[in-house]
Write a protein that binds this ligand. Structure first.
Ligand SMILES: [Zn+2]
Length: 217
């Protein structure tokens, strides 16, 4: 039995769901070592968030290792410390009321475009469907502060993904499944862009605003 925060919300079940997506992100090759983190806004409860702990490999993590924090990044429940990027996650939740889940990974092809310094563009319609636009690049900075989070939100704007140059990818969503699917879709498009640009300087890309899509394909 887990802690119950609301009439229909079971913390233990949600921690297992987060762990499941952590393991999937390894399966998809989006992370290595102890990199990456995932968080979730606890539904129906003010100022409570779940986030993966710092410095623990996903395949060694137990659901109960996932930490409950408040919006000031203070631990409410949990034996481990939250991810070192917890303040960045909290900056996003403050700025984007539409965001209920955040996935940070460090996938190779997204990182290629981070070091090139060019946005990941709509080589795949499926990426735009989730990202809702080109994925911008935030210039390198150390990512463990609220200040970094605020600046990242400026770069992110209203889209659902941003690359941190020389570091990794952050995606957001209404729910964890969407945020995770966005990570996978962005990395796929980044890979296509990498190969396409090796062949031509001007691959055919799509623009979200012109697609007229408002639902998942
Ligand atoms: Zn990272």
């Amino acid at each position: 039995m887990g802690t119950t925060l609301g009439p229909s919300f079971d913390l233990a079940v949600t921690k297992r769901e987060i762990l499941d997506y952590c393991l999937r992100s390894m399966e998809y090759g989006l992370n290595f070592n102890t990199q990456g983190n995932i968080s979730l806004r606890v539904p129906g409860v003010e100022d409570r968030f779940l986030i993966t702990p710092t410095d623990l490999e996903y395949d060694r993590m137990r659901a109960e290792d996932i930490v409950l924090v408040n919006g000031d990044s203070e631990v409410i429940e949990g034996e481990l410390q939250p991810s070192s990027e917890v303040t960045v996650h909290m900056a996003v939740y403050r700025r984007r009321a539409d965001v209920n889940a955040i996935v940070h990974t460090e996938p190779v092809y997204s990182n290629v475009w981070g070091v090139v310094g060019e946005p990941i563009r709509g080589t795949l319609v499926n990426m735009l469907n989730y990202s809702k636009g080109d994925v911008p690049i935030m210039p390198f900075a150390i990512s463990n502060s609220t200040e970094f989070g605020e600046r990242m939100c400026d770069v992110l704007g209203g889209v659902n993904a941003v690359v941190w140059a020389n570091h990794g990818l952050l995606t957001v969503g209404d729910n964890l499944r969407d945020a995770f699917k966005t990570s996978v879709a962005v990395e796929s498009a980044a890979k296509v862009q990498t190969f396409a640009r090796a062949i031509t300087d001007s691959p055919i890309v799509l623009e979200w605003d012109k697609l007229g899509l408002d639902h998942a394909l």
